[in-house]
Design a protein around this ligand. Structure first.
Ligand SMILES: *Cc1c(COP(=O)(O)O)cnc(C)c1O
Length: 714
């Protein structure tokens, strides 16, 4: 029996069911103070916590004046935010209030209690939902509810990744069945080859933003189709196209059924492009000709591409496309060749989701300045008459949601020096100059606290694994048992794929070992990251890093922490000293983990690729190697690894260990402050979403009103 909520704190369940709490420090504190052990045990999941809490704890909280004060203050802020009418959007882009933006993404990372993401793409989408809420931008998001999500990672005693799939208990997740205005569960039906499939819908509240998550696990579906939405990024091509059909076509129908009529449609990566095709079919069913229907769809569609390499895009073979879409092109009265013309790119017998999205959107962008350039080159064949620079793909550099990623201690310290409302003005460069006023010793002390908290997290994971499996000595060593909070700590955490070169540091083992095991100025490095279960070369990279971490010669100063997720990511980007990023050039579209680190005063040491190409200013971190591409991969590896060793030996280590009488590294703190200022000013989701609004959504909205007037003419 779930406990009965005392009336005085009766709205706490409502708060738990809106992920607004997750980026408000006071709200997190409220749940933590309700029952701290249970808060930790639930994995910081208030929905689960409230199901398990005992009646006595609730009664005593309801009778505790300090709890009540916090409760009232949090609910007042919650109500104020949700009801605000004087928002940035209302002020600067009022025309966007007329119709919502329908945002489609395969994954969303909002909080660990809703594990429906794999990596950076999901984090970006989750951050956008949160920021849209704060800017008052009417965004409605569509995605998948995966009961098993992405996998949990274990490293076995031989150093190989194993995947564990856990079933999420939907009762413990912050989701509810989506209902129609008449109060009925929403179900939409669509044709999937020879079958009909029914799709159910869950609703997630993220402040003012709603995310609708599609779910095929309904009784009326045949068994294989019930499992269709079970997991993210299944390698099987047939399942993949089926998922994308459900997301794109099913997603549009779900919004229709909910009575939501987006003025603008935004596709986050090509996976979602069938959404455009469904709308094209709708337009033609209304009687428009093919060309005119295409014009209408393009005008109101925004597409963000994230992948700088052709192989990274989803491409489906003709057999499969014929099977699922044969009826589609016949029903709208176009021939097969015309249909394939929409998704053709290079090989005419295949259908590229990104090419489809490029053709059916008028506003297109990459995710950093450099990636915009790479995308124009890559997609130039779609615009054969235009020179590369004029290919109509621009860029809006990614950003991260500051309230979600900033360390709470740093948040409160900034409140003291920048003012109580600094978080509402966090991208104002004028305000940020006051970062220089923070005493170095206080900023350093805050960082030391975050480092301890990271090491505690690592030990906690290690202890839990030991209790589960009785790890051997090597695993103990490799999972971070000997990490030391006084040592310069480098973090390297991201998806493991070969272009990110996770093992680059090991190229010259002896030099690497000398740097790590220096007697007076040692260095330690923490790795974390998963790889796709079907990506065998990358599994070798994990094995290589893990084996290195087991090497006694490195004295326990290299660790690989299992099961990288947003919770561990938060600890890492707040708690290490240096964030290392050494991708092969032109292959990192943006990379957002470095932004999360930088705004916490963790110094970036990165190749000038992705965001760092524009983020590096000579004072806020280090750039590895040259800005220009290298003749070949071998030379690139050689030059970059040497550059990293050299930077560590000559600059990073000396600067870090150069302390004043109180043990504070003054030169280091200068760089820390530059890092915080430069990243907050330029790389927040707020700056990014303002740019999307002004440069992409407003022009699309203008088109919507034009086409509305055109339609009204007799
Ligand atoms: C931020 C984040 C990423 C993205 O990292 P990149 O820098 O783009 O490689 C991936 N996974 C998690 C869990 C993250 O929090």
């Amino acid at each position: 029996m779930p406990p009965v909520m005392p009336e005085r704190i009766g709205r706490i369940g409502e708060l738990a069911n809106n992920l607004w709490w997750s980026w408000h420090a006071e709200a997190r504190r409220l749940f933590a103070s309700l029952d701290y052990p249970l808060w930790r045990l639930s994995g910081h999941n208030p929905v689960k916590q409230l199901l398990e809490i005992d009646q006595q704890s609730l009664q005593s909280a309801a009778a505790d004046p300090s709890f009540i004060r916090l409760y009232d203050s949090v609910l007042a802020a919650f109500d104020r935010d949700l009801a605000a009418t004087e928002t940035w959007c209302a002020d600067v882009c009022p025309s966007l209030l007329e119709g919502p933006i329908g945002y489609f993404s395969m994954e969303y990372a909002i909080h660990n209690s809703l594990p429906i993401y794999a990596g950076g793409l999901g984090v970006l989408a989750g951050d956008i939902c949160k920021e849209a809420s704060e800017l008052g931008l009417p965004l409605v998001a569509v995605g998948f509810m995966y009961p098993q999500g992405y996998f949990h990672q274990h490293i076995n005693p031989d150093g190989w990744q194993e995947e564990k799939y856990l079933d999420l208990d939907f009762n413990e997740a912050p989701i509810d069945r989506a209902r129609s205005p008449e109060g009925e569960d929403i179900v939409v039906r669509l044709k999937m080859g020879d079958f009909a499939i029914a799709v159910g819908v869950w609703e997630v509240r993220v402040g003012r933003t709603r995310i609708y998550l599609l779910d095929t696990n309904l009784k009326e579906n045949p068994e294989p189709l019930r499992k269709l939405s079970a997991r993210l990024y299944i390698a099987d091509r047939d399942i993949r196209i089926q998922q994308e059909i459900v997301l794109g076509i099913g997603g549009v129908r779900v919004l229709r059924k909910l009575g939501i009529d987006p003025a603008i449609w935004h596709a986050n990566e090509g996976h979602t492009a069938f959404m455009m095709l469904e709308r094209l079919c709708e337009k033609m069913a209304e009687g428009l000709g093919f060309d005119e229907a295409i014009n209408r769809i393009q005008a109101t569609t925004v597409f963000t591409t994230h992948t700088p390499v052709p192989a990274g895009h989803d491409v489906f073979l003709a057999d499969s496309v014929d099977h699922y879409f044969g009826d589609c092109w016949r029903s709208i009265g176009i021939d097969r060749a015309t249909f394939y013309g929409l998704g053709g790119h290079g090989d005419q017998q295949a259908f590229s989701m990104a090419a489809l999205a490029m053709r059916l959107s008028a506003q297109r962008c990459g995710v950093s300045q450099l990636h915009g350039r790479v995308s124009r080159r890559m997609w130039q064949p779609l615009w054969p008459s235009l020179p590369e620079e004029q290919v109509p793909i621009t860029h809006i550099t990614n950003g991260v949601h500051v309230p979600s990623w900033i360390a709470p201690e740093l948040y409160f310290l900034l409140e003291e020096y920048l003012g109580k409302d600094w978080i509402n003005r966090h991208d104002d460069p004028g305000l940020l100059a006051a970062v220089e006023d923070i005493p170095d010793d206080r900023l350093w002390a805050v960082h030391q606290r975050r480092k301890l908290s990271l090491l505690r997290e690592i030990r906690e994971r290690l202890r839990n694994r030991w209790l589960e499996d009785e790890l051997n000595r090597d695993q103990f060593l490799a999972m971070g048992a000997l990490l030391d909070h006084d040592v310069l700590t480098i973090g390297f955490a991201r998806r493991f794929v070969s272009y990110k070169r996770p093992a680059l540091l090991f190229r010259d083992f002896n030099r690497f070992k000398r740097i790590l095991t220096s007697k007076w100025h040692p260095v330690q490095i923490v790795f974390a990251g998963k790889t796709h279960p079907a990506d065998f070369p990358s599994k070798h990279l994990i094995h290589q890093v893990f084996s290195m971490a087991c090497d006694r010669e490195l004295e326990g100063r290299t660790a690989f922490v299992e099961d990288y997720d947003i919770h561990l990511a938060r600890r890492l980007v707040q708690g290490v000293d240096v964030w290392l990023n050494n991708p092969r050039r032109l292959q990192e579209a943006s990379g957002t983990s470095g932004m999360k680190a930088g705004l916490n005063g963790v110094i970036n040491m990165s190749v000038r690729d992705g965001w760092w190409y524009e983020g590096y200013n000579g004072k806020n971190g280090w750039a590895i190697g040259s800005e220009l591409p290298y003749p070949n991969a071998e030379i690139e590896d050689e030059v970059d690894s040497k550059a990293i060793y050299h930077l560590l030996e000559e600059q990073v280590v000396p600067l870090y260990y150069d302390r004043d009488r109180n043990g504070v590294p003054l030169g280091w703190m200068k760089m820390v402050k530059q890092s915080i200022r430069s990243v907050l000013a330029q790389f927040s989701t707020r700056r990014m979403l303002r740019e999307y609004s002004e440069r992409m959504y407003l022009p699309a909205a203008a088109q919507t009103s034009i086409s509305t007037t055109v339609r009204r003419e007799p």
